[in-house]
Design a protein around this ligand. Structure first.
Ligand code: AMP
Length: 307
């Protein structure tokens, strides 16, 4: 079975949506990615950092799901990363209210020996400097390195981000971030500019409007499943990334066709994430839930048509 190295934040989040307020709950990019990918490939190697305030029960739960936490640093006397955000009425856009890096501010990742040959790498949202340090410690070039990032890092660490992008195969960002990164309104022109920065594949998430995959001149689109209830979109992007990398690792081979399937898996997993606050929905899924949701995606967009 292929291994997946997952890097990213583990956090406390404070979330406000038009439907309610969460108070301090568990979040973080790596948390969502690891929980989600564990449904596809239990051989997951986690790299992150938390403070002494982070519940051991969450770490134990991840381990029970097959996530190796040897690469998780626990800084007993420090505080975990804290993020707070408030969603607008459309639930597609949000304002970041607070970002307290805490342990993340000085994080120096150290890869355990048995992580250094991972087949697939998912660089979750985190300082681009840390993302690069992880890649540089690997013994062999992985089959696929995918990376997520956000406007926060484009604003404060653009040079570092450009260096990291050179080492990455797949960039996963949203439409607004694509425009900020490239200065292009057209996503097609933006994709071409991103290919010059390093990645060979670009995945653009468009929230409730689905996701686009670009590779050379090829394009593929997956809709988002229209849902009756959306409570909290936090982590949907990370869950998408977890489903994407989880499927790719399960498939084993990097091809455009597998990547098309992987973004359907990513979209299906993300559609669960938004149904409850925080990671709540992502810890309770069954294989039958996932199969049903994948079928809903197939039914949503497939029709026999002769051209
Ligand atoms: P998403 O909704 O997919 O963009 O992910 C939201 C998650 O990202 C939350 O659980 C936050 O804890 C985490 N997050 C927010 N800002 C940052 C940041 N600057 N670096 C790392 N993680 C972050």
């Amino acid at each position: 079975m292929s291994s997946i190295l997952v890097v990213g934040s583990m956090a406390f989040d404070d979330i406000e949506t038009p439907f309610g307020k969460s108070n301090k709950i568990i979040g973080g990019a790596a948390t969502y990615i690891a929980y989600t990918a564990s449904y596809f490939n239990p051989n997951i190697q986690l790299v992150s950092v938390v403070g002494g305030d982070f519940p051991q029960s969450v770490i134990d739960d991840l381990e029970d799901r097959g996530v190796n936490t040897e690469g998780l640093q626990v800084k007993k006397d420090e505080k975990s990363f804290f993020w707070s955000g408030k969603y607008h009425l459309d639930m597609n856009s949000r304002d970041t209210l607070v970002t307290e890096l805490n342990v993340l501010g000085t994080f120096d990742p150290v890869l355990p020996e048995n992580y250094k040959n991972a087949d697939f790498v998912m660089l979750g949202n985190l300082s681009p400097d840390v993302q690069r340090k992880v890649i540089e410690q690997m013994d062999n070039r992985p089959k696929l390195v995918a990376m997520d990032t956000m406007n926060f890092w484009m604003d404060i660490a653009r040079e570092e981000l450009d260096k990291t992008l050179k080492l990455v195969d797949v960039l996963i960002i949203n439409d607004e971030e694509t425009r900020q990164l490239t200065g292009e309104y057209s996503l097609v022109k933006g994709a071409k500019k991103i290919f010059e920065m390093g990645p060979r594949f670009l995945i653009i998430k468009k929230g409730e409007h689905g996701a686009l995959l670009f590779h050379g001149e090829q394009m593929f689109y997956v809709p988002a499943l229209p849902l009756e209830e959306v409570f909290d979109p936090t982590g949907a992007g990370d869950t998408f990334a977890g489903g994407f990398i989880g499927y790719m690792a399960k498939a084993g081979e990097v091809s455009f066709d597998n990547m098309k399937r992987a973004i359907i898996y990513g979209s299906a997993m993300a559609s669960f994430c938004v149904e409850k606050f925080g990671t709540q929905r992502m810890v309770e899924l069954t294989q039958a839930d996932i199969d049903q949701r994948l079928q809903a995606f197939v039914d949503l967009s497939q029709i026999k048509l002769e051209v």
